[in-house]
Design a protein around this ligand. Structure first.
Ligand SMILES: *Cc1c(COP(=O)(O)O)cnc(C)c1O
Length: 463
C-alpha cells in the first residue's frame, strides 16, 4: 500500500472497505452547485466564501462548529416555491425543518405560510410576527393547552390527526366562542422515500386517520356534525426526501376519491387539499431533485386531472416543503481535530461537533458530502470517515468521504445541505453546546441563533 509523508491511510486503488461511495471525485476542490448554497464559491486562494465572506473569518468570529446559512439562497428558494404555485395555491414552510425568528420574518416577507407542530414552534412564529391566519397547526398529540393557544391566537387551520382531536378542538373552539378551520389528515396507504414509493399496507404508523376501512370517511362525518369546527379540506403527507412524483399521484388519486365520497354522501365539496411536504434535496452529487416549478406543475396537473374525472371543482392546493426550502441553504463548518489512519480500512477524521449537531447520519443512515474549505489542495484523495467528538462509535457525520491526503488538524471542513433537521434536532449529548446559526448576506454575517453556553446548560440544572 502506498504511503505519503502524511499518514494518509488506505487509497482507493487497493483494498476498499464496504461503503456507499463510488470512485473519488475528479477534483476534490470542485463545489457541486447542487449541494452547496447559492452564493458559495472559492476565492483566488481556494478558500470557500459564502455571501462574499471567507469561512476562515466566520470561524474566527463565530467559532466552530457553526451552521452557516445563506440568506440570499433561503429567500430565493422560498420565492421560487411561492412563484411556482402562484396565487391559487398556498405554500406552508414546515417549521420543524429549522425555525427561528429571522426565518419566520423571511418567510413572511416572501409570502409563505408556516406549519408548526408544537407550542414552542407556535410561540416562535407568533413572536416574530407571522400572522396567525397564515399558520397551520400539526401534530398527532397536541395538548389541550396547545390547542387552546392555537385557537385563541386564531391560526388559519388545525390539522386533525385523530378521532379524539376532532372532539377536543371542536369543544375548545366552542368554549372560546369560535369556529376553528380544520383539515383532517388521512393516511392514503402510500409511503414514499427517495426514489421509491410503496402503495400497500403502510397504514401501520402513528400519523393520520386511515382511508382504509372507511375510518377517514367516518372522521369527516363526525367533523361535519360539530359546530366548533369548519372542515375545509383533507391533508396527506406521504414521506420525506422524495424524488419520484408517482407517490403523490397515488395519494392525490385517493384523497380526491374521498372528496368525491364526501360530495356524494353530504353534498359538500371541500375547498382545499393539502399534499404535504417531503420533496427531496441533493445531499450528494448523486441526488437529482426537481425544481419547484416542475413539482408545482406536476402536482397541479395530477389534482386537476383527478378532480375532472371525479367531476369535482378543483380545490385550492397547498404544499408543505421544509427540507426543500432550508436544507440546501446552510452548511456546517467544523475544525479538524484528530486524524487516525486505519490500515486496510480508512482514515478517521474527527471534527469538533458530531451527532449532537447532526443526528441524521446516525438516525437515518443519511448520506452527506464534505469538503476542505479553508484552503484548496492538490493532494491525492484519501478515503475517510468523518466522525464527531461524542462517546459513541455511531457518532458519524459523513460515513464515506474522500478528502485530500494532506488534510491536517486545524483545517476547516464543511458539510453542505445541513439547513434542515440538523439544528432543529440538535441535542446536548455529552453536555456539548449547541452551535450557533450564522446568517450571511451581501458581505455581512450575523448570528440568528446564538451558540449555547455553559451558563445556559447550568441554568437548567437547578441542583
Ligand atoms: C415533516 C412534515 C413536512 C415537511 O417535510 P419535508 O421533508 O421537510 O419537506 C410537511 N408536512 C408535514 C405534515 C410534516 O410532518
Amino acid at each position: 500500500m502506498s504511503r505519503s509523508a502524511h499518514p494518509a491511510g488506505p487509497r482507493h486503488a487497493d483494498v476498499l472497505p464496504e461503503g456507499h461511495y463510488t470512485a473519488p471525485p475528479a477534483d476534490l476542490n470542485a463545489l457541486d452547485p447542487k449541494v452547496w448554497a447559492e452564493t458559495v464559491t472559492r476565492d483566488d486562494q481556494g478558500v470557500l466564501t459564502v455571501g462574499g465572506i471567507d469561512v476562515r473569518r466566520l470561524a474566527e468570529e463565530f467559532g466552530t462548529p457553526a451552521y452557516v446559512l445563506d440568506e440570499t439562497d433561503f429567500r430565493s428558494r422560498a420565492r421560487a416555491w411561492r412563484t411556482a404555485f402562484g396565487q391559487d395555491a398556498d405554500v406552508f414552510y414546515a417549521g420543524k425543518a429549522f425555525l427561528s425568528r429571522a426565518v419566520v420574518r423571511w418567510l413572511h416577507e416572501e409570502g409563505l405560510n408556516l406549519d408548526v407542530c408544537s407550542g414552542g414552534e407556535l410561540a416562535t412564529a407568533l413572536s416574530a410576527g407571522m400572522p396567525a391566519d397564515r399558520i397551520a397547526f400539526h401534530g398527532n398529540n397536541k395538548s389541550v393547552a396547545e390547542i387552546r393557544r392555537a385557537v385563541e391566537a386564531g391560526v388559519g387551520r388545525i390539522v386533525l390527526d385523530s378521532f379524539q382531536e376532532i372532539v377536543r378542538v371542536a369543544h375548545i373552539a366552542q368554549e372560546l366562542g369560535k369556529r376553528q378551520r380544520v383539515q383532517i389528515r388521512v393516511t392514503v396507504g402510500v409511503e414514499a422515500h427517495t426514489h421509491e414509493f410503496i402503495a400497500t399496507a403502510h397504514e401501520d404508523q402513528k400519523f393520520g386517520i386511515p382511508l382504509a376501512g372507511g375510518q377517514a370517511a367516518e372522521a369527516v362525518r363526525r367533523a361535519l356534525r360539530l359546530d366548533g369546527i369548519e372542515l375545509i379540506g383533507i391533508h396527506s403527507h406521504i414521506g420525506s426526501q422524495i424524488f419520484d412524483m408517482s407517490g403523490f399521484e397515488v395519494a392525490a388519486h385517493r384523497v380526491v376519491g374521498l372528496l368525491k365520497e364526501i360530495r356524494d354522501e353530504h353534498g359538500v365539496e371541500l375547498p382545499e387539499i393539502d399534499l404535504g411536504g417531503g420533496l427531496g434535496i441533493a445531499y450528494t452529487s448523486d441526488d437529482d431533485p426537481r425544481e419547484p416549478h416542475e413539482i408545482a406543475k406536476a402536482l397541479t396537473e395530477i389534482v386537476t386531472r383527478e378532480c375532472e374525472s371525479a367531476r369535482l371543482r378543483t380545490p385550492r392546493i397547498s404544499v408543505e416543503p421544509g427540507r426543500a426550502v432550508v436544507g440546501p441553504t446552510a452548511f456546517t463548518l467544523y475544525e479538524v481535530g484528530t486524524i487516525k489512519p486505519l490500515d486496510h480500512l480508512r482514515t478517521y477524521v474527527s471534527v469538533d461537533g458530531g451527532m449532537s449537531d447532526n443526528i441524521r447520519t446516525a438516525l437515518y443512515d443519511a448520506e452527506y458530502s464534505i469538503a476542505l474549505v479553508s484552503r484548496s489542495s492538490d493532494a491525492e484523495p484519501m478515503l475517510t470517515r468523518v466522525v464527531g467528538k461524542h462517546c459513541e462509535s455511531g457518532d458519524i457525520v459523513v460515513r464515506d468521504a474522500f478528502l485530500p491526503a494532506d488534510l491536517a488538524p486545524g483545517d476547516l471542513v464543511a458539510v453542505p445541505a445541513t439547513g434542515a433537521y440538523c439544528r432543529s434536532m440538535a441535542s446536548n449529548y455529552n453536555h456539548v453546546l449547541r452551535p450557533p446559526v450564522v446568517a450571511v448576506r451581501d458581505g455581512e454575517a450575523r448570528v440568528i441563533v446564538r451558540r449555547e453556553t455553559e451558563e445556559d446548560l447550568l441554568r437548567l440544572d437547578v441542583g
